[in-house]
Design a protein around this ligand. Structure first.
Ligand code: HEC
Length: 217
C-alpha cells in the first residue's frame, strides 16, 4: 500500500514538473485542456487552415484548435456581413454624423439642433465629459487656461505647452452654436485635434450643451 502511495506521489510530482516545461508552441502538460481552450467560434476571425493550432488540439474532430471557421457561411466567415447599404444606428436610432470636415461642413453644422435639452442630468454628464476630454486644455470653466495651455516654467523661463487654446468664454466664441461646437469636437480645428473617434455622438452633444452653459456663467 505504501509503495503504491509513494508511486502515486512520485508520478504526480513527475507530471507536475513535466507540465512546467513549456516553450515555443508547447505550453506544457495540461490537465483537461478543453477547460482552458475555448472551442467557440471567434466572431471577428476565421482561420481556414484546418491544421492551425493542432498543438493544442482538444477537439473531437481532430482538427487544429484554431480552426473554428463556420463552413456554412460564405468564405467560411464566422460573423456574417450586414446587408449591403446597411447604415449603422446608435442606441438613439441616429445615423452617423455626415457633416464634412471643411468650411461647408462647419457652416451647415451651425444650423444643427442639439437633440438634448439642458436638463440637470445632461449638464451633469456634459460636465464629466468636458472635464475628461477638454479641461486640461480649455480649463475647468472654459477660459483657455487648462494646465496644458498654461505651460510650464523651467528655470524661470515660461514654456508654452499648447499655444493658442481658445478661451471659450471670450467674446469671439460667445455666439458659437452647439452645432459648431459639436463639429469642432468631431473634427478638431487648427491646433486642436479631432475627438470624433474617442467621444460618441451623444456625448459630443452633451459636451456642447455644457460648453454653452459654461459661457453663461
Ligand atoms: C490639446 C488641447 C485641446 C483639447 C484637448 C481640446 N481643445 Fe478645443 N481648442 C484647442 C485649441 C488650440 C483651439 C484653437 C484652435 C484654432 O483656432 O486654431 C481650440 C478651439 C476650440 C473651439 C473653438 C473653435 C473655433 O471655431 O474657433 C472650441 C469650441 C473647442 N476648442 C472646444 C473643445 C471641446 C468641447 C473640447 C473637448 C471635447 C476641446 N476643445 C478639447 C485645444 C484643445
Amino acid at each position: 500500500m505504501r509503495l503504491i502511495t509513494n508511486l502515486f506521489i512520485g508520478a504526480s510530482v513527475a507530471g507536475l514538473l513535466a507540465g512546467c516545461k513549456a516553450g515555443g508552441d508547447y505550453q506544457g502538460l495540461e490537465y483537461a485542456p478543453n477547460m482552458y481552450h475555448s472551442v467557440a467560434y471567434e466572431p471577428l476571425s476565421q482561420i481556414t487552415d484546418k491544421d492551425a493550432g493542432t498543438f493544442t488540439n482538444a477537439l473531437d474532430n481532430g482538427r487544429g484548435e484554431f480552426y473554428n471557421s463556420n463552413q456554412y457561411n460564405p468564405y467560411n466567415m464566422n460573423m456574417r456581413l450586414p446587408v449591403a447599404h446597411t447604415v449603422r444606428r446608435n442606441a438613439y436610432g441616429w445615423t452617423p454624423y455626415r457633416g464634412t470636415n471643411d468650411s461647408t461642413g462647419l457652416r451647415l453644422a451651425n444650423k444643427l439642433v442639439n437633440p438634448f435639452e439642458a436638463s440637470p442630468a445632461v449638464l451633469e454628464q456634459g460636465k464629466v465629459l468636458f472635464e475628461t476630454y477638454c479641461k486640461h486644455c480649455h480649463g475647468a470653466k472654459g477660459g483657455g487656461d487648462g494646465k496644458v495651455a498654461q505651460g510650464v516654467k523651467i528655470d524661470g523661463v515660461d514654456h508654452s505647452m499648447y499655444p493658442g487654446v481658445a478661451n471659450l468664454r471670450g467674446d469671439a466664441y460667445k455666439n458659437i452654436t452647439e452645432g459648431h461646437i459639436f463639429h469642432v469636437i468631431t473634427y478638431g480645428k487648427g491646433l486642436m485635434g479631432a475627438h470624433g473617434s474617442q467621444v460618441s455622438e451623444e456625448d459630443r452633444w452633451k459636451i456642447a450643451k455644457y460648453v454653452k452653459e459654461l459661457q453663461k456663467n
